[in-house]
Design a protein around this ligand. Sequence first.
Ligand code: FES
Length: 145
Amino acid sequence: MALYSEKVMDHFRNPRNVGVIADADAVGEVGNAKCGDIMKMYLKIQDDKIADVKFETFGCGSAIASSSMATELIKGQPLSQALKLTNQAVTEALDGLPAHKLHCSVLAEEAIKSAVKDYYDRHGIAYDPALFAGVEDCAHCGEGA
Ligand code: FES
């Protein structure tokens, strides 16, 4: 069996929603302290829904495929729904990742959470900090910026 599924290869070769939203309503950035990979997620929000999303990933193929799939899964969704997106859901949508690459999909989940947190912070929207537990932005791990 091939190491990577066809879906992983497709999203790696033709990633969806790559780029920057210059007037984004929220930006999330996370880094993996071990491998040094960085993911940045831009959101445009309308009526509490993700009207547009783009990403930049400086990282491995699995991280690029994971970000691409994650953006497809949250586009058009309410913020509350996007917050529920797990790395397992991203991995399943990609028809799996090798075990040693599962952490790459975690980066996608955390980048979305980091962006939603940024939106809440910018708008003074109260939230349960537990929602964002474990989401380390690049300022914390020192790998970004
Ligand atoms: Fe770092 Fe994949 S090896 S995110």
